[in-house]
Ligand binder design. Sequence first.
Ligand code: G3H
Ligand code: ZN
Length: 277
Amino acid sequence: PLVTPHEALRRAHAERRGLAAFNVIQLEHAESYAAAAEAAGRTIVLQISQNAVRYHGALAPLAKAVIAVAEASSAPLVAHLDHADDRALVREALRLGFTSVMYDASALPYEDNVASTAEVVAEAHAVGVAVEAELGEVGGKDGVHAPGVRTDPKEAVAFVRDTGVDSLAVAVGSSHAMTERTARLDLARIAELREALDVPLVLHGSSGVPDETLTAAVRTGMTKINIATHLNHAFTDAVRAYLAEQPEVVDPRKYLGAGRAAMTDEVVRLLDVIDAV
Ligand code: G3H
Ligand code: ZN
């Protein structure tokens, strides 16, 4: 079924386990994640990023597909809008029935970021939807999820208190879209943030993080683990291998099906790595 993330976040946070969040670009991603969630008996967050919306030119078609996949599944699945800085897009997601949204106002001056995020929290909570925000270096220019950026625990406490967000993405050493798994996480900072904050912490850019470090990050205090690039890698490798072996094939179901199956296997494996709830 389609669920809100509240219960899974609460449980994963309390038990120091992970809540898996994987990005959806096309229907096959959602089908793959649902199959893996059912096979493993876990909850998965299916997330559509604002960038994926720009690629398709609209939110509704893919969003309705994701919500339909979630509703038809026997596994608990969350429909989440990822990395949105467009308030109109967040409102559309609420209307479409998403159960979770990430709102990123970090490009605004700090006070405006807080005010704008608090407004989104009020709108989302009015319809029972959870809100994730992110906080890197206040005034930082590197982008939040860059290797050298760290979230300050004191700033994070004030930001969560003043906005009322349900979860917080923090900068602890990962960066987005890495194709090699060579990132090193600041486990000491994760422990400090976990200690200072009551809300579950979100790790972005988890594709670049090696398995053992992902497990350690979850045990130390990261809760929601966002992975996109690594699964696209698995998908594309399988499609490429399929087409190289069978160059005469023209039916997309053949090679997309190979990609979808490869992603499902990798997701099932990752669910154990992060001890997903
Ligand atoms: O919000 C999505 C994640 O942060 C994905 O990052 O592609 O580096 O795994 P990634
Ligand atoms: Zn991200």
